[in-house]
Design a protein around this ligand. Structure first.
Ligand code: COA
Length: 194
């Protein structure tokens, strides 16, 4: 197993230049989720430059990108119904219940993109759980600096993905679902406390 390192795309741009980063990212492939591949190849650099979201590159010892995750923050509405009392208490640390709508409006860290480069087999690449650990290392550092405590993501309604996010090491909970305006794809909304 290779050693992996996490690099903020802005630091990568500083060290090898924008064209250098785009060339490195052109090797990224994610057939199971073309939206991620398209984002990595065509938007990650611009979004980072505009500070709309920051992509982190998980690279091996040859600086090949093995996986990525993209972070930003977003306001979300969590309905109070179905929350366990432990979860409710944790959410109340970060926001107040709106009694009119029986929901919490909270600012959350958003994992906007999350995926591995499928040029490499499962055996030779980083595991999804290790990628999530890297993601939480960054989020914990951000939390230390500015506070916040909820992490949010949306994923397509696919059993294996939902199993991955709700598994014991990752511990995300479903709190809602939505359909995208452009192509009517159903997304499951998940959150986790840090
Ligand atoms: C999500 C991910 C990081 C998990 O990594 P992992 O825990 O190491 O697990 P694997 O890559 O071995 O995938 C586990 C299973 O889920 C399936 N799977 C993964 N992503 C999938 C997707 N987008 N759609 C459908 N099935 C998917 C895999 O085919 C595999 O199935 P198998 O057990 O029958 O072989 C990784 O699968 C990945 O990068 N997927 C593609 C990108 C993606 O969809 N990201 C989530 C965006 S919300």
């Amino acid at each position: 197993m290779s050693d992996f390192q996490v690099i903020n795309i802005l630091d990568m741009i500083e060290s090898v230049g924008e064209d250098g980063v785009k060339s490195i990212l052109s090797e990224f492939s994610c057939q199971k989720n073309p939206e991620i591949e398209n984002f990595v190849k065509n938007s990650a650099v611009d979004f980072a430059k505009k500070k709309m979201s920051i992509t982190y590159l998980v690279v091996d010892t040859t600086e090949t990108v093995r996986a990525i995750f993209t972070l930003t923050h977003k306001a979300i509405e969590l309905t109070n119904v179905n929350l366990s009392s432990t979860m409710r208490k944790r959410i109340q640390r970060h926001s107040k219940l709106d009694e009119g709508t029986d929901s919490f409006n909270v600012s959350a860290f958003l994992i906007a993109q999350f995926g591995k480069n499928d040029t490499y087999s499962t055996e030779e690449n980083i595991s999804g759980d290790a990628l999530m650990d890297f993601t939480f290392e960054v989020l914990t550092a951000v939390q230390h600096d500015i506070g916040g405590g909820l992490v949010y993501l949306e994923c397509e309604d696919r059993e294996k993905l939902l199993n991955f996010y709700s598994s014991e090491p990752n511990q995300f909970f479903k709190f809602g679902e939505r359909y995208s305006e452009e192509d009517n794809i159903k997304y499951i909304q998940l959150f986790r406390c840090i």
